[in-house]
Design a binder for this molecule. Structure first.
Ligand code: 4FL
Length: 261
């Protein structure tokens, strides 16, 4: 897959994609990311890309001409063109289901704006979609573009190893992850759950699914509501709730609560 990024800070993009799982996908060529910098399309001696907003106020606005030139050059770099997506707080929420769709597209142009803004006429004339990664104010669209690229890259064949890819498709889809542990077996009096060292793989699988269901129920009930549980899952979640209630009961009338008062 190939992704073009229109950005005033191309080094931010290149550096961030040079590491880890995504870095290997780039090295291998299964992911190609190319930046298009509006500054290269500035026509004056100062290479001006922004200007003061009409109507006054603080901040600068990305000028139409260098911005549009960069977007059009990015689009032209795809044989059949590509969808143009602007990253902005007013966009459609980018989530895992959108990431799955995008992973099947051959190409994509991501346009990173600046906090102060981009001339609206560029967004009207040269943008197909607006995506937001969440409700917070950032100084630019580069980090959101990187978030989109990372999430999509993990889903294209050849990025993850076979084991990791299989896991992604697994039963725990749509749930929060289960807890993870590594050696040593005890740290500061905290023990690894014994089942994980039992060698009973069926029991380990059940425990992981129970924990994933339980955590999702506790921390992100909205995710559970969007997902239908099968019979096994309903049983495991009930087990989680029962164990949790028993633990809370035990902790009520002894040391835990009183000793900390
Ligand atoms: C983009 C915030 C996407 C959230 C400022 C410029 C943003 C953003 N999702 N804030 N771009």
């Amino acid at each position: 897959m190939r992704i073009a990024v229109v950005t005033l800070f191309p080094r931010m993009i290149g550096e961030a994609l040079a590491h880890g799982v995504v870095g290997r996908a780039v090295e291998r060529g299964s992911l190609i990311v190319e930046c298009f910098d509006p500054r290269e399309h500035a026509t004056d001696v100062h290479r001006t890309v922004d200007d003061r907003p009409y109507g006054g106020g603080p901040g600068m606005v990305l000028k139409f001409e260098p911005g549009v030139a960069a977007v059009r050059k990015a689009v032209a770099s795809f044989p059949g063109g590509a969808p143009r997506v602007y990253l902005g707080a007013d966009g459609r929420r980018f989530d895992q289901s959108l990431a799955r769709q995008v992973a099947r597209w051959p190409g994509l142009v991501l346009i990173a704006g600046r906090y102060e803004g981009v001339d609206e006429r560029l967004l009207e004339s040269d943008v197909d979609e607006r995506w937001s990664i969440g409700d917070y104010v950032l100084s630019g669209g580069e980090l959101p573009a990187l978030v989109v690229i990372d999430a999509v890259a993990r889903l294209i064949p050849g990025t993850l190893g076979d084991a990791e890819s299989a896991e992604q498709e697994s039963f725990s889809d749509g749930l929060l992850d289960w807890p993870h542990y590594t050696r040593p077996a005890v740290v500061e009096g905290r023990h690894v759950p014994p089942v994980l060292a039992s060698g009973d793989h069926a029991a380990i699988t059940r425990w992981r699914l129970r924990e994933a269901l339980g955590r999702t129920w506790l921390r992100r009930p909205d995710l559970l509501e969007r997902r239908t549980m099968n019979a096994t899952e309903r049983v495991l979640l009930e087990e989680f709730k029962t164990e949790r209630a028993q633990r809370a009961g035990r902790n009520d009338d002894d040391s835990m609560t009183r000793s900390h008062k």
